[in-house]
Design a protein. Structure first.
Length: 135
């Protein structure tokens, strides 16, 4: 499905490079849920962007990630216990929310070992992490 036209409310056309962008905190989910998710997506022929460690060598990862988010049809956010502890994850989430508004990108939250109400209300294991980033 890659290289299709992404939705946009403006007259400009956005080309989709990826079907899905997955935002996740690696230490919480990389060796479990997200590895299985990427394998299932790949087996199904769904082209997803994978933030692998190769990006960190020699490329400006922030620019690469923002471009991948903007050129994905769907963004999956895997909220986990420590997702909000990493500023990087919150920056990705902000970009995804911007793309949802600006490009009508589909945003799909997944709650991995965390209560959805804790994310919505910024409570439980996420409360301190969200508070740190408010300043």
């Amino acid at each position: 499905m890659a290289q299709e036209t992404c939705s946009s409310s403006s007259s400009s056309i956005q080309t989709c490079t990826y079907d899905i962008f997955v935002s996740f905190y690696g230490k919480d989910t990389r060796l479990s849920f997200t590895d299985h998710l990427f394998a299932a997506l790949n087996q199904s022929g769904i082209h997803s962007f994978r933030d692998d460690r190769k990006l960190r060598r020699g490329k400006d990862i922030r620019i690469e990630l923002e471009k991948a988010i903007e050129t994905s049809r769907i963004a999956v956010i895997v909220f986990s216990r420590n997702y909000a502890a990493l500023r990087w994850c919150l920056d990705e989430l902000a970009k995804i929310m911007e793309c949802e508004r600006r490009l009508q990108q589909i945003m799909l939250p997944v709650f991995y070992d965390v209560d959805p109400s804790d994310v919505q209300n910024q409570k439980g294991s996420l409360e301190k992490a969200f508070a740190r980033h408010k300043d």
